[in-house]
Design a protein around this ligand. Structure first.
Ligand code: PLP
Length: 422
């Protein structure tokens, strides 16, 4: 096609990679079709109408569009009810509302999946005193470390749950910025069943970020009580401009609503300000866009395997989220990957990502993103801390055809700078 300059040998490697993953793509398509029908059926069942897109202002009382959207999303996730709003500022804000919504002073929460995602550390207040953290409000935190292979330690979880009463068992589905495997919905189900068997009142909460619509089922369908995530990742379909969601048991969602707005007021208020149409449209597109992102991840794995790089997951492993890591081996290769990927982005393609210091990280971090929505990681993006093993975490891609170009240009840049031997 010749719109982009890509070495013939990389084109050959790409064809080889694609031929290796034809079955994977067929499997991804069948999951997309299932989830797309599930979402369409929820729209039909709830009678989504053009009038639902009208903006509410002020208190937002009786916003039928907002309420219908939340029921549609609940149906998609197998939840009794949900909060699906632009007024969540980020995924961390959403998880914060979920935790403060259900935990009370004196309670203890147990994380079953090792150290949580970086931005949660401040919410929990576990490393140092953080004003307003859960710890500051007398809520205790304990965790079960992952086993050395990165999988949950079911024996230790069992011992812990038997040893005392935990208000919450917390599970992080996605790997975040670690190299551990992401958790399948089956595995989450196994963990939820173990917790509920030993302690039926312990609530199972799941950080579902990056996992929505990757499999046929969601964590609520296998025993979780609440899930939460970000709308500038999977469930916003690349169209939601900001926001988050919490879904699950109606009584618990109501408690979270009291935390989001005010006790006694809850979800009756919250003006939609004209965002409802984008949120509906994003949710409608989400299964397809997630499928494209999973294809991009699998293609990246297959291509870089072909080029001789260690990748996780491998192109053959089943997927539980949209994240792909590639171990580039040295800092310059990592920087080349990010710069190449950036050059194939629809927005800011001319920018050259530079490593820089980031609060909360002990090494410099480099980020590549040329996205329509600032920070949206359902769009093609890559981040990496400049430390061993010089791995890059990439995710997203609104459509495979364009994301493939970004990945090819990442490889091209690495080839030009001598980091790929062909
Ligand atoms: C993205 C993410 C979060 C929260 O992210 P924000 O950057 O605050 O939106 C939390 N947990 C996991 C696993 C994530 O991937």
């Amino acid at each position: 096609m010749g719109f982009f300059k890509i070495d013939e040998r990389l084109e050959t490697a790409s064809k080889k990679a694609l031929s290796k993953i034809t079955e994977d793509f067929a499997r991804i398509d069948s999951i997309t079709e299932y989830n797309q029908q599930k979402v369409l059926a929820a729209f039909v069942k709830n009678g989504v109408a053009e009038s639902h897109f009208a903006a509410s202002t002020g208190y937002g009382y009786n916003d039928r569009g907002r309420d219908t959207l939340e029921q549609v999303f609940a149906d998609c996730m197998g939840a009794e009810s949900s909060i699906f709003r632009h007024s969540f500022a980020s995924g961390t804000h959403t998880l914060n509302v979920m935790l403060f919504g259900v935990l009370r002073p004196g309670d203890t929460m147990l994380c079953l999946t090792g150290r949580p995602y970086d931005t949660l550390i401040g919410v929990l207040g576990i490393d140092q005193h953080v004003d307003g953290s859960l710890k500051d409000f007398g809520i205790n935190y304990e965790q079960v470390d992952l086993r050395s292979d990165g999988t949950p330690d079911m024996d230790k979880i069992e011992q812990k749950i038997k040893s005392k009463k935990y208000a919450v068992a917390y599970i992080q589905r996605s790997r975040g910025y670690s190299l551990r495997p992401s958790l399948s919905v089956d595995k989450i189900g196994e963990m939820a069943r173990l917790v509920k068997k030993l302690s039926p009142e312990t609530l199972v909460l799941v950080d579902n970020c990056y996992g929505e619509f990757v499999e046929r089922r969601e964590p609520l369908e296998v025993g979780a009580d609440l899930i939460a995530g970000s709308l500038i990742k999977n469930p916003g379909g690349g169209i939601a401009p900001t926001g988050g969601y919490i879904a699950g048991r109606a009584d618990l969602v109501e408690k979270c609503g009291y935390r989001l707005t005010a006790p006694g007021v809850g979800l009756e208020v919250g003006a939609s300000l004209g965002h409802t149409r984008e949120l509906f449209m994003g949710l409608f597109n989400a299964p397809h866009v997630v499928g494209e992102a999973v294809k991009t991840a699998v293609f990246t794995a297959a291509l870089f395997e072909t080029l001789g790089f260690p990748v996780t997951p491998s192109s053959e492993e089943p997927r539980a989220d949209i994240i792909q890591t590639v171990k580039c081996g040295n800092p310059n290769a990592l920087i080349a990957f990010c710069r190449g990927l950036q050059s194939g982005s629809p927005v800011d393609s001319f920018a050259a990502p530079e490593p820089s210091d980031m609060p909360g990280y002990d090494s410099q971090v480099i980020m590549a993103a040329g996205a329509f929505t600032l920070g949206a990681s359902i769009e093609l993006s890559a981040d990496a801390p400049l430390r061993e093993p010089f791995a890059v975490w990439m995710q997203g891609g609104l459509n495979f055809h364009s994301a493939k170009v970004g990945i090819m240009l990442a490889a091209q840049k690495m080839l030009e700078e001598g980091h790929i031997a062909l």
